[in-house]
Design a binder for this molecule. Sequence first.
Ligand code: HEC
Length: 240
Amino acid sequence: MRFPSRLVAGLLLLLPVFALGAASSYPLESMRPDHSNLPSLQRGAALYMNYCLGCHSLQHQRHNRTAEDLGIPEDLYREYLLFDDVDIGTHITNAMPNLGAREWFGVAPPDLTMVTRVRGSAWVYTFLKSFYLDASRPFGVNNALFENVGMPHALIELQGVPRLNCNGGSCDGIEVEEGTGMMSASDYERAVYDLVNFLDYTGEPYKQDRQRIGIYVLLFLVILFVFTFLLGREYHKEVH
Ligand code: HEC
């Protein structure tokens, strides 16, 4: 019997649907990056250098470019955001040896310069809010969005102790034990927002420039339209 080729083609078309189905169904929270909010980007950069850079580099981004874009004077950047003898002109790297990292975590921590472009900023935002205690995992935590993640909860001292909210058989949402973190729930939310805002900026450092140039281009087109219109009217007069 010949296999009907239309049926095969139809089944192949369905493949992407199955691939989507395999991804986590955990709902993403919305997150709207704002690169014009410099205080947010500055706080995000500070959090990143303190809590993430130890494991994750930002190797496509330079320190001095970051300082300039975020409006941080270089001497302050040096004092508060650079470690010891790092040159401000270099890329944002760390000293974590790849092989050692693979042994410690099972996987090497990926570079995060482009992470919001690969995963989306809503994904990264939700990820950082979805850690919960799980004694069966090597670091004592799991992640509701990224199951069995090989990363410890880097912000646990800020957030406090998060537990998975379970009722009967189904679990949804994270609840933080009161008084266990340095930050209130809303402060933690803001901190995670700032961090992801900063990561969104490193993924697309030209976004601000692009938007500004876009406005100039539109203004230029409006002015050009006025002159074209007037010129058209002049020509029209001659025709009659
Ligand atoms: C102690 C080391 C360590 C620290 C500190 C750390 N991470 Fe991670 N992170 C990892 C490892 C290891 C992975 C890979 C996990 C895996 O694939 O299972 C990871 C994965 C991630 C991912 C998922 C990347 C992807 O696309 O799969 C994101 C996003 C992330 N980390 C963000 C952060 C942020 C933001 C911070 C700072 C608040 C941070 N990490 C601090 C070790 C770390």
